[in-house]
Design a protein around this ligand. Structure first.
Ligand code: G6P
Length: 472
């Protein structure tokens, strides 16, 4: 039976070194969470990096064995590859460029060469597993060259590609010295998916302006091949979040944080540590809110969870210092004996704790400067059940295209964000429930399962369409 092979840089499980040896735990990040529920079905397999350097062949065998039992196949990266491919080209070149932080982008030929080499390494790993009938679904910006590499090896194969981050204006893409091979790499796929029509539009215009390939209704004529491009806004496993929120563990953790925050109203913020997430800007807006509306002092607490991420990359190290300083300064300036304005946690949290926090929070701040989709916004909505709550959402998160019942803000506008916090805190419960109910209807319908189905159906469609086009 044909299988689906999922390929992404990071596996949904990461290996970590502890004193007792290698330890396995779930990976952070939207992608792993989103597809986690899918890959185990029907003998599918997920190919990717287990998140830590493992050179010893004995250890590699052990990890391969452990992961195989859970439908995963590891690709091991060397220390140099982690530095130049992962931290380097992926996260110091592509990540800032695609999130409109071009000023942070590093252009380094060594990084590029490592990126090419690691994409080839992934290609070999997939080819060892994939039969001619299998469908290969490649994910995200770390593997932009992989669709074309696979295509060269298996011209007839079904290949899908999905980008989980924004696709920016072609004006940013053309700045990359490697814009052409990157776009050609993506075009090896039969179907290319984005979270929003906006990203899709940018991609089509990049392909037209930089490669000269025309398109009509999302169908690109790329030399001898037709490639379909479409928007598939990713969803979450709604029932899972709704059920966990009702569990005894989630309620217990809600209680625990309730005791710690006392009578204060809770505003929640959860992100990976990343400059794209607008964490520093959010803190400044919270401070402004405390200045403008002194009545909230001692009556509101910002619970801020920051999950460590890419901590070897310079810009992330700098951001960590900035956030630590900002939190320290604001807390020192406003705190009273019985009140801490910001409760700041720098670590990852288990799902039940997050769920407890989603229940507890009256307001969730999802205010990235740029974000492909942002699943935290959807998780908050799914976890609320019958409870009221207000989502404050950046207009520059993909999720804002769908969740129009959130309070939509421009994250650069500190004043507007401060106002939105106040507005959320005084919003009548009826209105909160109405808005939340509308968002729940949408998020519960367009789940991650729906997303996968839609993508796979479109992939089947384009394969058939290609055949008819070829015989015309
Ligand atoms: C985002 C990206 C994913 C990535 C995740 C975590 O969600 O779209 O591809 O896996 O961040 O980042 P990391 O660098 O730790 O894999």
């Amino acid at each position: 039976m044909p299988r689906t092979i999922i390929v992404s840089n990071r596996l949904p499980t990461k290996a970590q070194r502890t004193e007792e040896g290698l330890h396995f735990s779930p990976s952070e990040g939207g992608l792993a969470t989103g597809l986690g529920s899918i890959y185990r079905a029907d003998g599918n397999v997920w190919v990717g990096w287990p998140g830590v350097e493992i050179d010893d062949p004995e250890e590699q065998r052990y990890v391969t064995e452990e992961l195989r039992n859970d439908s995963m196949a590891p690709v091991f990266l060397t220390q140099d590859e982690i530095r130049d491919f992962y931290e380097g080209f992926s996260n110091e070149t592509l990540w800032p460029t695609f999130h409109y932080f071009s000023q942070y982008a590093v252009y380094d030929q060594t990084y590029w060469e490592a990126y090419v080499a690691v994409n080839e390494k992934f290609c070999q790993a997939v080819l060892e597993l994939a039969g001619p009938e299998d469908t290969i679904w490649v994910h995200d910006y770390q593997l932009l060259l992989l669709p074309q590499l696979l295509r060269q090896a298996r011209p007839e194969c079904s290949i899908g590609f999905f980008l989980h981050i924004p696709f920016p204006s072609h004006e940013l893409i053309r700045v990359l010295p490697w814009a052409k091979p990157l776009l050609e790499g993506m075009l090896g796929a039969d179907l290319i998916g984005f979270h929003t029509y906006g990203y899709m539009r940018h991609f089509l215009s990049s392909v037209a302006q930089i490669l000269g390939y025309p398109s009509q209704n999302g169908l690109i004529e790329a030399g001898q091949r037709s490639v379909l491009v479409d928007a598939f806004p990713m969803g979450i496993d709604y029932d899972k979040y709704a059920q966990v929120a009702e569990s005894a563990e989630a309620r217990a953790s809600e209680e625990l944080y309730r005791e710690a925050t006392g009578d204060a109203r809770v505003i929640l913020s959860i992100d990976r540590l990343d400059y794209t997430k607008g964490i520093a800007e959010r803190l400044r807006a919270y401070e402004l809110m405390l200045q403008q509306y002194p009545e909230w002092r001692e009556r509101v607490t910002l619970l801020m969870l920051v999950v460590p991420s890419r901590d070897q990359v310079e810009k992330y190290k700098e951001l960590k210092v900035e956030v630590d300083e900002l939190v320290g300064r604001i807390n020192a300036e406003y705190r009273t004996v019985g009140w801490t304005p910001i409760q700041y946690f720098y670590r990852s949290f288990p799902l039940e704790h997050l769920s407890g926090l989603y229940r507890l929070a009256e307001v969730a701040l999802v205010t990235p400067m740029r974000d492909g989709m942002n699943l935290v916004a959807k998780e908050f909505v799914a976890s609320k059940g019958e409870l009221p709550g207000v989502l404050i959402l950046s207009e520059r998160a993909g999720a804002a295209r769908e969740l129009s019942d959130a309070l939509i803000i421009n994250p650069t506008d500190t004043r507007q964000l401060a106002e939105a916090m106040h507005e959320a805190l005084v919003m009548p419960e009826d209105e909160q429930r109405l808005r939340m109910g509308n968002m729940q209807a949408l998020v519960s319908h367009y789940t991650v399962y729906h997303w996968v189905r839609l993508f796979m159906d479109r992939l089947t469609y384009i394969k058939i369409k290609q055949q008819t086009l070829a015989t015309e």
